[in-house]
Design a binder for this molecule. Structure first.
Ligand code: AMP
Ligand code: MG
Length: 403
């Protein structure tokens, strides 16, 4: 049986390089940038005002105060998107607004709140406070210099990245193509909501959960009809899913039971099983395989096991396949407020609830069929085999987005 690190290394090692496509900046949220981007422009692109007020020569108003205002002649006004066609000379100024270009000759802006006007003398303004040279001026290039690195390849684009890329005028970006991922749930006991349960049946709950987890990984998701425990039906379902998708996630049917057909059906289709079973709890019967450049992630059927193996093994794979460099789950330190016990011989990824102060509680009963503790959890904590982490222990909590 592989350790978690061995399993993850095998999965990541099997992935081909990401395929590139161009998308507009507007459509690039959540996508992974495949090439380093340098800025074609300075930001700000020109010296401009940080305030609504008056562009002045700082030297002219060095002695200004509320008691002894300095009078300046107003040469004109610059609106947004306009450039002043003139020069700010001695004892003159130009009215401007936040973001408007600083006119030539001026080297500072006095904010409107530090000025007074008189309706009888509209051509002049009283300056009530001094400014230092370049005060209230945003200098060209002080944010970004043309030709410098904006974002490295491998960045997964979020809202702030998109603003920066749009601000320098980029139109299209080379990003990774989004893999199409099929989700196939197996199990003769599974029923769809809306139909009454016959004795022995349960409602299928893995596909909605996996669709939500996949949406956070930037992939496209195709959910397939439920598959009963039959070798032929499993093979037919896998064949269709592999024809239509770049990777297929199955749930159930990957254990040691007689009715566990996923591995067998996959082999009959020509798939190569890279490994089966990982020394983690929950999630031991995880299977990984390759088929003509596509991937099988066979998750255990227990929803909790499917959830944990998805986060630990599938999520990093799907992100890395799209070129994302940092594929580890987001994590941060926390402190246990109650002991976590692992009596088993596999590393246990325990469902916990962590609060804003970093205090970590168990999310409830940990058996892999217990769904309320899955819903209550917002993090996982790893507890080593045959060990107890006492209350007060510092731990690293593993997070996922959406909670
Ligand atoms: P299996 O891995 O197929 O042996 O399933 C393990 C457990 O998970 C059994 O109790 C199944 O009934 C349950 N299970 C399997 N697939 C699902 C599913 N899609 N939704 C809810 N429970 C499931
Ligand atoms: Mg089953």
């Amino acid at each position: 049986m592989l350790t978690y690190e061995e399993a993850l290394a095998r999965v990541l090692g099997a992935l081909p390089p990401a395929l590139s496509e161009k998308v507009s900046v507007a459509d690039a949220a959540g996508r992974c940038l495949l090439e380093t981007v340098t800025s074609p422009l300075d930001l700000p692109p020109f010296d401009n005002s940080a305030m609504d007020g008056y562009a002045v020569r700082a030297a002219d108003v060095a002695k200004a105060s509320a008691e002894h205002p300095i009078f300046l002649r107003i040469l004109g006004q610059i609106g947004a998107g306009e450039v002043f066609q003139g020069h700010v000379g001695v004892q003159t100024c130009v009215r401007l607004f936040t973001g408007t270009p600083l006119p030539t000759g001026a080297d500072a802006v006095v904010m409107q709140e530090d000025t007074r006007t008189n309706a009888a003398r509209p051509e002049q303004v009283q300056i009530l406070d001094a400014v230092r040279p370049w005060e209230n001026v945003r200098l060209r290039g002080e944010d970004v210099k043309a030709g410098t690195l904006l974002l490295p390849a491998g960045t997964r684009l979020g809202a702030g990245h998109l603003n920066l890329l749009a601000a320098v005028g980029l139109k299209n970006l080379p990003v990774a193509r989004r893999p199409q991922v099929g989700v196939v749930s197996t199990g003769s006991e599974l029923r769809l909501a809306g139909k009454p349960l016959a004795p022995g049946q349960i409602y299928e709950s893995n596909r909605p959960m996996l669709s939500a987890l996949l949406a956070d990984c930037g992939t496209k998701v195709q959910s397939y009809p439920l598959v009963p425990d039959s070798l032929t039906r499993t093979r037919t379902a896998l064949q269709r899913a592999f024809a239509e998708c770049d990777a297929v996630i199955t749930t159930g049917g990957a254990s040691v039971g007689q009715l566990d057909f996923v591995k067998m059906a996959f082999a009959e289709l020509g798939g190569s099983q890279e490994f089966w079973q990982v020394a983690i709890k929950p999630g031991k019967p995880f299977v990984f395989g390759t088929l003509a450049g596509k991937f099988l992630f066979g998750l255990p059927g227990n929803p909790v096991s499917a959830f944990v193996t998805f986060l630990l093994l599938v999520r990093p794979a799907l992100l890395r396949w799209q070129g994302v460099q940092d594929v580890a789950l987001p994590s941060h330190p926390g402190t246990l407020v109650e002991a976590l016990v692992n009596r088993g011989d596999r590393r246990h990824f325990v469902r916990v609830r962590v609060d804003v102060e970093g205090r970590v509680h168990s999310a409830g009963t940990q058996a892999s069929h217990m769904l309320h503790s899955l819903a209550a959890a917002n993090a996982l904590v790893e507890v080593p085999p045959e060990s107890t982490l006492p209350a007060g222990s510092p731990v690293r909590v593993l997070r996922w987005s959406g909670t």
